[in-house]
Write a protein that binds this ligand. Structure first.
Ligand code: ACM
Length: 538
């Protein structure tokens, strides 16, 4: 058995070692991992004590909680060591300089494991790695008999390459129950992913309670594509969503709300045609960007900012068929009045109203790369989905960028030619592993604007938890490694055996995934995914 040892100099050394190395299958691959020569292993027993003080105690409690079900005993926490072996969790602000806000150092000897970090997030990620040093059965929810809860002696120093390690899910197309959300968040945390964008609104349904505009949910949530017909659907009350936000934050995941505008607004326009719909001929997909619509959406964002503490608020901005504004008298008159030369300028003006509003409140607008058209709002972050060119242009202009290209990160696309998925492209785990978020066209200064990357699970064909997870894993394991591990550690052949162990962890956690050798033909039904028109369907 061999293991890769990453030296601080950056070179990789192959070490021959005993079968204990088989246990070292951390995903994503740590920045530096060195196996120690010491004899023996650290063994968890009911006498093992977790020692933590101050804020580290919160992370210690989480460690106790995740180990107890499978071990069948609950470890004690203490402020000082006792007789048994010790897991020490320490916060040390001075480590921020070398490890950043999310990095950690883990040392495992026969009697002591220590995890140190500058911030709680780092301790949390150290704990995720520690779990992965144990047998995959540690992820189970029931006592696992006959397992050896031992950890090899080693040193790990680890920190992420990117700060934005995201996934997007889409309850607008198919509603996602709160408990499924939490299950999804748990699996993300295992992979050190830290941003979850929720596509809360679209033509198919408005899924978040807005107290000022109750019809958004009493009317706008009452349809979905589940095949059960109008009257179904669903929405999150503000209290449901606060619960999800808290649950995610507890796992160091920031929820990014996405409220789509000016397109993909069919459900909202149906509920509030006076303010939002184009007149006299309604168009279900694009709102009329009149001043009343600006006020409406800003009022919505006020409640959204109250629910979601995230710095970034996503306003969509993609796929607006602005052509319909050309043939609309009210919009033409407004453009003349405001001096807009074309509909791109009108689109850009509308987005800028949101940018100024969010910026004044201390937040940052993020939008799909169409927000570049007609002039980019000054403080905006661009999410580059139509390839990376939008992201490149934005980074060169000094804007922050999240890379989310259809070429590598659309997890609603199929994983093999004959499987169910949107479009015709195949994005398998190897393709995702080859994703490079920093294009060669960017120099070092420009590259600093690339915050990271994100995988998209648009929900048109994703009707339940099993499929959502099947489409997410193992591709999200590959994405996690792209976004966390050093670029020069990337090695697909080295990743595969670790991935195989990781899939056992997913199985133990009751998370579905696509098996690597699975040639199952699920059948394609692309016809299911035509644009949904709220006005025609209600
Ligand atoms: C998108 O896929 N329309 C962002």
């Amino acid at each position: 058995m061999t293991v890769l040892k990453r030296m601080s100099s950056g070179c990789l050394v192959l070490l021959l070692c005993s079968q204990v190395c088989a246990a070292i299958s951390v995903v994503p691959q740590p920045a530096e991992l060195e196996l120690m020569d010491e004899n023996g292993m650290f063994k968890f027993t009911p006498e093992t004590v977790i020692v933590a003080r101050g804020e580290a105690e919160g992370e210690a409690k989480k460690l106790v909680r995740v180990l107890a079900p499978a071990m069948g005993f609950e470890l004690k926490t203490a402020k000082t060591p006792g007789k048994g072996s010790v897991v020490l969790l320490e916060l040390d602000a001075a480590l921020e300089e070398s490890l950043g806000k999310e990095g950690y150092r883990l040392r495992a000897g026969p009697e002591l494991i220590s995890i140190s970090a500058a911030q709680r997030a780092g301790l949390f990620y150290g704990i995720q790695t520690l779990r992965q040093l144990l047998p995959p059965a540690i992820y189970g929810s029931r006592k696992a008999e006959g397992e050896d809860w031992s950890v090899p002696c080693l040193k790990i120093t680890d920190y992420p390459r990117f700060g934005w390690r995201g996934l997007l899910i889409d309850p607008a197309r198919h509603f996602i129950p709160v408990k499924d959300f939490k299950h999804y968040v748990d699996a993300m945390a295992v992979h050190k992913l830290n941003r979850l964008q929720i596509h809360l609104t679209d033509n198919e349904g408005w899924r978040i309670e807005i107290k000022r505009y109750p019809k958004l949910t009493t009317v706008g949530s009452k349809s979905d594509r589940s095949g059960r017909g109008p009257g179904h659907g669903g929405f999150y009350s503000q209290s449901d969503m606060r619960d999800i936000v808290r649950y995610a934050l507890d796992r160091h995941i920031t929820i990014i709300p996405e409220i789509e505008m000016p397109a993909h607004t069919g459900a909202a326009s149906y509920a509030y045609p006076e303010e939002l719909a184009l007149k006299p001929k309604r168009n279900g997909h694009v709102l009329a960007p009149r001043p009343a619509a600006v006020t409406f959406m800003q009022n919505v964002l006020t409640e959204i900012m109250d629910i979601f503490p995230s710095r970034h608020i996503h306003i969509g901005g993609d796929e607006a068929n602005t052509g319909v504004w050309k043939s609309n008298e009210e919009m033409q008159e407004q453009m003349r009045r405001m001096g807009h030369a074309n509909v791109h300028e009108l689109h850009s003006w509308f987005i800028r109203q949101m940018d100024t509003f969010l910026t004044e409140k201390g937040r940052r607008l993020v939008g799909w790369d169409e927000i570049l058209q007609g002039g980019l709002a000054s403080g905006a972050t661009v999410m580059s989905w139509r390839g990376t060119s939008g992201g490149i242009a934005a980074a060169k202009a000094g804007h922050d960028v999240v890379m989310a290209p259809t070429s590598h990160t659309y997890f609603d696309y199929r994983q093999a030619p004959k499987e169910l998925g949107l479009g015709r492209s195949v994005i398998d785990v190897q393709k995702v592993y080859a994703f490079e978020p920093i294009p060669a066209d960017l120099n070092a200064d420009e590259a600093r604007h690339v915050l990271g990357g994100q995988g998209q699970l648009w929900g048109e064909l994703i009707k339940d938890r099993e499929r959502r997870e099947f489409m997410t894993y193992p591709r999200a394991c590959a994405l996690a490694e792209v976004l966390w591990s050093p670029k020069d550690a990337r090695d697909f052949n080295g990743f595969l055996p670790r991935l195989n162990v990781n899939l056992k962890r997913l199985r133990a956690s009751n998370v579905n995934y696509r098996r690597l050798d699975d040639l199952l033909i699920v059948g394609t039904r692309d016809s299911e995914v035509e644009e949904f028109d709220y006005f025609e369907n209600n």
